[in-house]
Design a protein around this ligand. Structure first.
Ligand code: PRP
Ligand code: URA
Length: 210
């Protein structure tokens, strides 16, 4: 049974994603666009955060107004491309705790290789937003979610800028409880495991390493 998937169709987001895809967009602009797209994805992904009424005084009168309540948040970046997303999302939710999972995809086997993990100690009590711009084979996302669940996390959403059906299917095949929030579902993967039409290698485009 497939799990929850939200493809955010907002024109602003689609416009910025098209600019990210453009091969002529350099690292500085690419990073800025990735950060902006993340804010728009987070806006959607955090739609169900609980609020509670808080009494306060405006310059005009006193009233009750909704403020965030309920479970605390954790944002987890999959290194290295997810870093630009965690930096961005912290502007929206500065009190969130931040974790990092270090994974890279072996270029030959396309299997994820884990090299680092540092997570908030109380992750089991937090709503977790896992961040990685690319959901391709889904190997990296599944490995990261495995790590989060082993640490006790059970309320996880995956924010991915670009996804393909293969990756979505792989994540939901293993973790049907994890909602995926993405800006686009592309056609598929090429022989090297890159998303088509895609945007290339996200890490290289963010950091200008190729
Ligand atoms: C990229 C991307 C994802 C992964 C997606 O990372 O940021 O983590 O590939 O591919 P998958 O769904 O097939 O696992 P990469 O391995 O290039 O590492 P990097 O972020 O350090 O560049
Ligand atoms: N990782 C990337 O950075 N880009 C892809 O297209 C697939 C995996």
């Amino acid at each position: 049974m497939p799990g929850p998937l939200t493809v955010v169709q907002h024109p602003l987001l689609q416009h910025k994603l098209a600019l990210m895809r453009d091969v002529n967009t350099g690292p500085k602009e690419f990073r800025e666009l990735a950060a902006e797209v993340t804010l728009l994805l987070a806006y959607e992904a955090m739609r169900d955060l609980e609020t509670e009424p808080v009494t306060l005084r405006t310059p005009i009168t006193e009233g009750e107004f909704p403020m965030l309540a309920g479970k605390k948040l954790a944002v987890i970046a999959i290194l290295r491309a997810g870093l630009v997303m965690s930096d961005s999302i912290l502007r929206l939710v500065p009190a969130a705790r931040v974790g990092h999972v270090g994974l890279y995809r072996d270029p030959q086997t396309l299997q994820p290789v884990a090299y680092y993990s540092k997570l908030p100690q109380d992750i089991a009590e937090r709503r977790v937003f896992l961040l990685d711009p690319m959901l391709a084979t889904g190997g990296s996302a599944v490995a990261a979610i495995d790590t989060l669940k082993e640490a006790g996390a059970h309320n996880i959403k995956l924010l991915s800028i670009l996804s393909v059906p293969e990756g979505v299917g792989r994540v939901h095949g293993t973790h049907p409880d994890v909602e995926i929030v993405t800006a686009a579902l592309d056609e598929g993967l090429n022989d090297h495991g890159y998303i088509v039409p895609g945007l290339g290698d996200a890490g290289d485009r963010i950091y200008g390493t190729k």
